[in-house]
Design a protein around this ligand. Sequence first.
Ligand code: GLU
Length: 328
Amino acid sequence: MNSPRILVLGTGGTIAGAGSNATGAAYRPGGLALEVLVGHLAALGLDADLVSQEIARIGSQDIGFAEWQALHAACTAALADPAIGGIIITHGTDTAEETGFLLDLTLPTTKPIVLVGAMRAADAVGADGMRNFANAVKVASDPAASGRGVMLVMGDAVLAVRDARKAATSAIDAFRSFPRGPLARVTPASLDWFGPPHRACEGARYAFPQELPRVAILTAGAGMDEQPVKALLGIGCKGVVLAGMGQGNAPASVIAALADAAASGVPVVRSTRVDEGLVDRNVEVEDDALGLVAARALGPAKARVLLMVLIANGVTDAGAVQTAFDGG
Ligand code: GLU
C-alpha cells in the first residue's frame, strides 16, 4: 500500500537549528532550510511521501500573527486536499504549545496535525530532531491519529497540545502533559494509542481571528501592588491573564484592581505561575462576586491564546469565557 502524502510546514526552531560546532551550546534556530531537513529524513529510508512548504525560518520566540495566519491557511488548504493524509509542522519548542493550541481551537479534527520540535540542534552531538521527525511521520501517516486534536510529538511521546507544556529549558525530555497523560507512545517503528479518538470529525471550535486582541499575562509576586494592572489597562489591553500564586492568587489590591477591570468589560482569567495543577473557581478568590474566570487546567501561555481567540470571536462575558475554559 502507498504511504499517505504528508505536508510538512516548516517554521524553524532548534529542529532546524545549526551550530558552529557539534559540542558547543550556541546555535541559530531555523538555520537549516526545510528542504535540507526533509532530505535528511528521506535519507533514513523512511516509507513516507513528503511535500514541504516553508512558512518561516525563525526561533519560535519570534512567531506571531503573520506566521499563525500562514499556518492556518496552509492547514486549511491541506485539510481540503484529498491527496494529503496528514500535516506535520516543524516548530521551535519555546512556543509550540501556543501555536498548536491556536490551531487546535480553530481547525477541524478531520486529519492528523502534528507539531514536532527538538531540544538539540540538527548538527549537535546526540541531536534528537530526526528521531522526533521520524516519529511525527509515523503519527501523521496513521489514520487513527485524526480526531485527537492538534498533537505534539517529542521524546517518543504523543501529547495533545491542549495538555502540553514545556517544563525544562534544555533537557531532551522537556514536555509534560496535564491533566491528561500522553495520547500514545511512538518510535519510528511502532505507535501505540492509549484510547480512541475523542474529537472524531469535529469542526473548528472557533473562527480564526482577523486580528489578535492585545491580551497580557501578569505574573504575581509577593509584595506587589496594583499599579501593573492599571498600566496594562492604560496601554489598551482587551484581556488579562493572571499568572497567580498557587491557585491563581495575588495580593488583595491586585485582585481588587483585576475585579475593577472585569467590571469595566475587560475579561480577566486567573491562571497560575505554578508548574502544574487546576485553578478552580471560588477557592480563595470570590470569582462569582468579582466577575473573574478560573483557568482550570490551562497555564498562562495557553490561557492567553484561548482568551485572545474568545475575544476575537466576541466572547467576553465572564460566564461564557468560563464555559470555554471549562470545556476540556
Ligand atoms: N528558542 C528557540 C525556539 O523556540 C529554540 C528552542 C527550541 O526550538 O527548542 O525556536
